[in-house]
Design a protein around this ligand. Structure first.
Ligand code: LLP
Length: 426
């Protein structure tokens, strides 16, 4: 870490190839009895080099935009191994996905189904869909990331789903062959999965009684990552609940899809930042870093906990493990904040860490998922670099942005800006 921080600079995200691979294989072996198609959720970490590692590890991709699909393809993923969700797919994106040969549309509404079917007919390309069903199950997670309750904008509610499927059954252009669930993220217990799977199976059975066979069940993502406490279930824990519910069905021809994002990427990445200044104010001690919510929005946006520790500490401050309660003597409470002009710009508040000084570097753990993909350029901060570690070596897989990157789209001539208004945005 020291070497990376020194040679690449901070802020930067650092990903571990071995951990990415390890997490894929844990999920694959835990769910082996279901022979699932594992589609990595690109929104959690979309760096092309990370995606390439995952493609090589044999997973497909879950995408939610035309550009995510392009990333998946550029990383070498066969589009037939991609599933495409998202509540606002535009006609252009649908057309792009169809032309690319997308494996499955996760359809989020009646209107969207009509748009997909119409586009497919126009292009004379047949496709498959799964209906995203909103099972009205509480995933017991942050309200911003709860997606399976009745009020959410995602999917079609259960009452409407059966009629919807009956109505579009037999459509020659988009054949609706499954149910898609994604009820929230992260989900720290297995029970919401059980509830939503049972509801989905009941729907599948009711339709089967009408002669409509659905052969695909996409369970979405949501498996937790261990941010702090060791409380998050492991892949094996989730599987021990889910596999028994579906094993028999799989033997009878059901195809299961999983869309893990966080559980693969989060603990495969850290964010390195540097302390620019420290200061005391009132009874607080601030460690003001060179990045905050612009690089990692989660603490500020969701009140999320990320373990943070200096990367070069004396032996006295080597934490025994992240799970152990950190009651070392000599720790000091710090507000670890970023440089932006917002009080909400923090990585952690009142956090006990070893005393830090100017130019010390901190590692923010579990930052591989929803870190860089949610980063912003607020206050004209340039996006961080990204680094991929493989064995004893590392390489920069995304350059740190510079001032020219920030203003490139503003410097273009007025003709080009005018042309951009009439050109398709893609
Ligand atoms: N599938 C669908 C349709 C999704 O919407 C998501 C995440 C996933 C799969 C992957 O979920 P995962 O396995 O990563 O939990 N920004 C928030 C998380 C938002 C998740 C959005 N959808 C965060 O930083 O916690």
């Amino acid at each position: 870490m020291e070497r990376i921080a020194r040679e690449v600079g901070t802020p930067c995200f650092v990903y571990s190839t071995a951990t990415l691979q390890e997490h894929c294989s844990r999920i694959r072996s835990a769910f082996a009895p279901l022979l699932p198609s594992i589609c990595f959720s690109v929104k959690s970490c979309s760096n092309l080099s990370v995606l390439r590692v995952l493609v090589e590890a044999g997973v497909g991709m879950d995408v939610v935009s035309g550009h995510e699909l392009r990333r998946a393809m550029e990383a070498g993923c066969d589009p037939s191994r991609c599933v495409y969700a998202g509540v606002g797919k535009t006609d252009l994106e649908i057309e792009f996905a169809l032309r690319s040969g997308i494996g499955l549309f996760n359809v989020e509404s009646e209107q969207e189904f009509d748009a997909i079917a119409a586009c497919a007919e126009r292009l004379n390309i047949r496709c498959h869909g799964a209906l995203r069903v909103n099972p009205d199950v509480d995933p017991k997670t942050h309200r911003y990331t709860s997606t399976g309750n009745r009020e959410s904008k995602f999917g079609v509610d259960l009452e409407r789903a059966a009629d919807f499927i009956r109505k579009v059954h037999g459509n020659p252009w988009c054949s609706l062959r499954g149910i898609h669930l994604h009820i929230g993220s992260p989900i720290y217990s297995c029970e919401p999965y059980t509830q939503s799977i049972l509801k989905a199976l009941a729907l599948i059975d009711a339709l089967c009684a009408d002669g409509i066979v659905l052969d695909t069940l996409d369970l979405g993502g949501g498996f937790g990552a261990d941010y702090e406490t060791g409380q998050s279930p492991s892949a094996a824990d989730y599987a021990s609940t889910i596999v028994p519910l579906l094993e028999e069905r799989v033997r009878n021809g059901l195809r299961v899809i999983l869309e893990p994002g966080r559980s693969i990427a989060a603990n495969a990445g850290v964010l390195l930042v540097s302390v620019v200044y420290t200061k005391e104010s009132g009874d607080r001690t601030f460690a003001i870093c060179d990045a905050g919510m612009n690089a990692l929005l989660r603490p500020s946006h969701y009140d999320a906990f990320h373990f943070i520790w200096p990367i070069d500490v004396s032996a006295a401050f080597v934490p025994p493990s992240r799970r152990a309660k950190l009651e070392m003597s000599g720790l000091k409470l710090h507000d670890i904040v970023g440089p932006l002009c917002e009080t909400g710009d923090f990585l952690a508040l009142e956090r006990a860490i070893p005393p830090v000084n100017r130019h010390d570097r901190l590692a923010v753990f579990t930052a591989g998922a929803y870190g860089m993909t949610m980063a912003s350029r607020y206050n004209s901060s340039a996006l961080p670099a990204e680094v991929l570690v493989e064995g004893d070596t590392f390489r920069v897989v995304r350059l740190r942005e510079c001032y020219d990157d920030l203003v490139a789209h503003e410097r273009v001539g007025s003709e080009r800006c005018a042309a951009a208004i009439t050109e398709p945005q893609g």
